[in-house]
Design a protein around this ligand. Structure first.
Ligand SMILES: [Zn+2]
Length: 290
């Protein structure tokens, strides 16, 4: 007999509970650089374990071999991502600080509670990502150049998909947090926002039955984001916010409905085809902009 109380706890409490734990941890250790990696690991372990025991879609459960290959890819991509972030910080730090001075953007409220500053950096960063992500789905050259189709190409999703992006897209993904941190001189709350974003990115790809009520008023839920991964173009062109659904609600691209099938076409491309997507798109792609 199924333990319905356990299912209900997971369904209604897991998402807010993870967010609460992560925000509490960051409040306690706001200056700990390793927290980003530790949180990412912890969240992946919790979600990954549950996806194997109580998956929302049992046919989406990946075999151990595939999961291990995915973990290896995410580790490599993560190292590239850190290098890209350092590159942006080294190259843009001085010029964006100068721009901040000339545009009189030195208004960041450093004296406000850290958690409020974190949420401000989170919302601001997500605003820039909303624009970039929507451009990827709107203009074909941006779609191709970013390799965003590779992220959409998976027929089955799980929490690990947060990090399975084309290497070229890492240069796009690193732009919003770098702009927010460097242009507005945010400091440690920007790192907290990055931790909240990676936590959300993991949850929204999870193959778990989670409730969208309450938490989904502000945060993106896996139901909303899985719709964005739909094989149907009209469904895919909604819910661009990966961490907060706020900007979709503001700009009219939010839709809440079920999704039956994910991917960019009837078949999932091979790893080589995914990597080649910026130069050669699979013939059966149905969600790429024209
Ligand atoms: Zn997308």
């Amino acid at each position: 007999m199924k333990n319905t109380a356990f299912f209900d706890i997971i369904k209604y409490a897991l998402h807010p509970l993870i967010l609460l734990c992560v925000l509490t941890l960051w409040s306690l250790f706001p200056e700990t650089p390793a927290l980003y990696l530790l949180v990412m690991l912890g969240v992946q372990l919790v979600l990954g374990t549950l996806e194997y025991s109580i998956p929302a879609r049992p046919d989406w459960v990946v075999h151990a071999k595939e999961k291990i290959a995915g973990v290896a890819m995410v580790i490599v991509l993560l190292m590239i991502s850190i290098a890209v972030t350092l590159l942006y910080h080294t190259g843009l730090s001085a010029s964006l600080a100068e721009l901040r001075g000339s545009l009189h953007l030195d208004f960041w409220p450093h004296q406000w509670p850290l958690l409020v500053q974190l949420l401000m950096a989170f919302i601001l960063s997500e605003f820039f990502w909303y624009g970039i992500h929507r451009a990827e789905h709107r203009w074909h050259p941006v779609w191709r150049l970013s390799g965003h189709g590779a992220h959409h190409s998976f027929k089955r999703l799980n929490a690990l998909n947060f990090g399975l992006n084309h290497p070229l897209e890492l240069f796009f993904l690193a732009i919003p947090p770098a702009i927010v941190e460097l242009l507005f001189g945010v400091g440690s709350p920007a790192a907290g926002a990055a931790i909240l974003m990676v936590t959300q990115a993991s949850i929204v790809h999870a193959n778990l039955d989670l409730s969208t009520k309450g938490v989904g008023l502000f945060f993106t839920t896996n139901r909303y984001h899985i719709r964005h991964h739909s094989i149907v173009m009209e469904e895919s062109n909604t819910n661009y916010g990966c961490a907060t659904i706020l900007w979709d609600r503001v700009f009219g691209t939010f839709v809440d409905s079920d999704t039956t099938e994910c991917g960019i076409g009837p078949t999932e491309p091979s790893l080589t085809q995914k990597l080649m997507m910026p130069v050669r798109e699979p013939a059966d792609t149905s969600v790429a902009p024209s």
